[in-house]
Design a binder for this molecule. Structure first.
Ligand code: ADP
Length: 255
């Protein structure tokens, strides 16, 4: 049973199933949980159900079965499915989804009921975009556009941040800095975050823990620190070896 009043957990899902066509499952019997303040990477090959999981958490899709509890409140079960704006969740999309006709400040203020210039400037400062508020999206680099998308999502102060492949459109040279900054921002604001990646290095650099998906199923979960440790007791190292092989198979990279 999910404890509704367990505030230490920012998210818990049980038995989540999603099918788009009534025949094949995009996600099957998905159980995950994440403690408040933690960052989790969802890793898996294309088509393994990563985006589906994020969309179900955000309330953009409704599952066939299962439940989702966010910060102690049931937001999805067989009776109800709260809309995205009532979940305390913010999502950064892979293509950033900025409004091209609005400048940076207006893009960030968009999600705020009363977006004072002060509040917008505070958030732009946080994501390293102070002084860029009058620019339009087409005048910004990919990395800057991503920061605007992040600022816009952070503005309404979500408790849980969801990011769909946040680094896939960035040059390798930009990636390292932005990974570190993202982690810093999430920790500074005491948020929790779940992000999708194909890249084990993204996961290892930012995430506290990882979930591996394959064909719509969670096939493994692990703590990043465990994956990186080499000096383990034999019982733990056998599990780690298995995880490394899993990571290798799922991501196609040597860990
Ligand atoms: P991932 O994010 O890991 O690439 P997705 O969650 O996007 O995986 O997709 C999981 C499965 O669900 C895939 O087989 C995909 O084709 C299917 N799928 C995703 N979105 C839709 C949709 N809107 N309509 C029909 N099938 C979909």
């Amino acid at each position: 049973m999910i404890k509704e009043n367990d505030r230490r957990l920012v998210v818990t899902t049980q038995g989540l199933c999603k099918s788009y066509d009534g025949r094949n499952y995009a996600l099957r019997d998905c159980q995950i949980s994440l403690e408040t303040g933690r960052i989790c990477a969802v890793i898996g090959p294309s088509g393994s159900g990563k985006s589906t999981l994020l969309k179900l958490l955000a309330g953009l899709e409704r599952p066939e079965a299962g439940s989702i509890v966010l910060h102690g409140q049931t937001v999805t079960d067989d009776q109800k499915c709260l809309p995205p704006n009532q979940r305390g969740v913010g999502m950064v999309f892979q293509d950033y989804a900025l409004f091209p006709h609005l400048n940076v400040a207006a893009n960030v203020a968009y999600g705020l009921v009363r977006g004072s210039a002060e509040e917008v400037n505070r958030i732009l400062d946080l994501v390293g975009l102070a002084g860029e508020e009058k620019k339009y999206p087409h005048e910004l680099s990919g990395g800057q556009q991503q920061r605007v998308a992040l600022a816009r999502t952070l503005a309404p102060r979500p408790e849980l941040l969801l990011l769909d492949e946040p680094f896939s459109n960035l040059d390798a040279s930009l990636k390292h800095g932005i990974r570190q900054e993202l982690r810093k921002i999430v920790k500074e604001l005491s948020l929790s975050a779940i992000f999708i990646t194909h890249d084990i290095y993204d996961a290892m650099e930012i995430a506290d823990e990882m979930i591996f998906l394959e064909e719509g199923r969670v096939i493994a979960t692990c703590l990043t620190e465990d994956l990186m440790k080499n000096d383990q007791a034999p019982s733990v190292s056998a599990n780690l070896e298995q995880l490394r092989r899993m990571a290798e198979r799922v991501i196609g990279l040597r860990v």
